[in-house]
Write a protein that binds this ligand. Structure first.
Ligand code: SF4
Ligand code: SF4
Length: 176
């Protein structure tokens, strides 16, 4: 199987430094507005700041993969002896909550590392150095890459119907 070089981009989160200013949500939603920077709507952001209502803890969570079904498990997090709600820190766009869904179309959102930009904008705009950007090169199988793309498109079409997915893609490419 042919191997291709791929740049793996990651963002480390130094959560202790986060003060919950939500600048990262603002810039991410502006970047992903159509046209770009035409509006700010944190519901459109691929990063969400989760705050526990009683404890002063802020945690940035990046939008991850879409899942068509809720997970069977119900994770609990205990931090400093405090139990957090199930699902609170999950990255998935899933049917059981509104988080990481495009507010207009309902389609799932996923962090794309600010495609086309040299550096993720949330990293640049976070003045507290919470978000630390890293890049590394890895060799991956070409076919696996293609397969993953197909699974993603199939899942979207199953859930929303191929017409709605195609409409959204056409609308975004026209305005982008
Ligand atoms: S911009 Fe930085 S400090 Fe502000 S909420 Fe986002 S991660 Fe936290
Ligand atoms: S890397 Fe870009 S797309 Fe991902 S959360 Fe940050 S601003 Fe949004």
């Amino acid at each position: 199987m042919a191997k291709v070089k791929k740049t793996i981009k990651t963002i480390k989160i130094d959560a202790d430094k986060c003060n919950g200013c939500r600048t990262c949500e603002v810039i991410c939603s502006a970047f992903h507005a159509t046209p770009k920077y035409s509006s700010v709507n944190p519901a459109r952001s691929r990063i969400q700041i989760i705050k526990h209502p009683l404890k002063d803890i802020w945690l940035p969570v990046f939008a991850g993969e879409y899942t068509p079904v809720e997970c069977a498990g119900r994770d609990k997090y205990i931090i400093d002896g405090q139990e957090y709600d199930e699902c609170a820190f999950c990255r998935a766009s899933c049917p059981s909550r509104d988080l990481f869904k495009e507010p207009d179309s309902g389609l799932p959102l996923k962090c794309d590392m600010c495609e086309g930009e040299e550096r993720p904008l949330c990293v640049t705009w976070c003045l507290n150095d919470v978000l630390i950007y890293e890049e590394r090169e890895e060799e991956v199988d070409e076919e696996v890459e293609q397969h993953q793309l197909e699974i993603g498109l199939e899942s979207l079409a199953d859930k929303w119907g191929i017409d709605k997915v195609m409409d959204t893609v056409a609308r975004m490419s026209k305005k982008g």
